[in-house]
Ligand binder design. Structure first.
Ligand code: FE
Length: 248
């Protein structure tokens, strides 16, 4: 808990059992094979990764993972309040020509207003050593000074001092999870191995968050069926964790 508050991320080993990893990975591979994917390409550098959107709506197995009580329970304790799922993405960093995920923060890409507790649970479904493109964080960078506007990319433009802050790379075993705050500066390396990096990244937000469109970010999530300024309280954004069950 204190670690998460101070650093903006935490590594929790062994959140999933071996049996769960096997089941979720088989379903993930099937979805990556079968469904249309969004591709993030960096001009002149190659493919960062591709992903299936809303995998939790495409199979009951992936829905179980996105709403996994072990994972959402931790997310809720870290946030210290009731949460909803905002979205889930089934990510793949491929084996050929993949490039690193540039430094960024997630927050400006989320069109939501609410208590700033938004966080992402990132579950490894294969082993992710440094060489397979594990995530690297700048510990403590989630605390943005009042006079600085958090921006999606190029965080060093806004906070040049961060260039000199230490970074922490977090290799994960299959079934491990990291939780990271939506304003912590992070990146991931290239995949230099011959096994694709497959993970599920699920974003949880304040249960009372409202829809706030119009942020200046090219990569903007679509919110359907909610009027601006209204709570994201539809079935698309389910309550998660035990507080959610009690309060719903
Ligand atoms: Fe990110």
């Amino acid at each position: 808990m204190a670690d998460y508050r101070n650093r903006g991320f935490v590594h929790v080993p062994g959140v999933l059992s071996d049996d769960e990893v096997r089941e979720f990975l088989a379903d993930a591979r099937g979805q990556l094979e079968q469904h249309t994917k969004v591709s993030w390409d960096e001009e002149g550098r190659g493919n960062v990764m591709d992903w299936v959107v809303e995998p939790e709506a495409k199979s009951a197995v992936m829905r179980r993972l996105a709403l996994h009580p072990g994972i959402t329970g931790i997310a809720e304790r870290l946030a210290g309040q009731p949460l909803r799922m905002f979205k889930s993405e089934l990510l793949r960093k491929g084996t050929t020509g993949s490039t690193r995920t540039p430094l960024h923060i997630d927050d400006p890409a989320f069109p939501i207003a609410g208590t700033p507790v938004t966080l992402t649970a990132w579950v490894a479904l294969v082993d992710v050593p440094v060489e397979r493109g594990c995530m690297t964080f700048i510990p403590g960078s989630h605390e943005w000074p009042d006079d600085t506007e958090p921006q999606f990319a190029e965080p060093f433009d806004a906070r040049p001092e961060l260039v000199w802050w230490p970074r922490t790379s977090v290799p994960l075993r299959a079934g491990d999870c990291t939780f990271h705050h939506s304003q912590v500066v992070h990146m991931a390396g290239a995949n230099e191995t011959d096994v694709a990096r497959i993970s599920l990244a699920t974003v949880y937000m304040d249960a009372d968050a409202t829809y706030q469109p119009g942020l200046e970010v090219a990569y903007q999530d679509e919110v359907i069926g909610v009027e601006p300024g209204h709570p994201l309280d539809t079935v698309r954004y389910p309550r998660v964790g035990s507080l959610g069950i009690i309060l719903s």
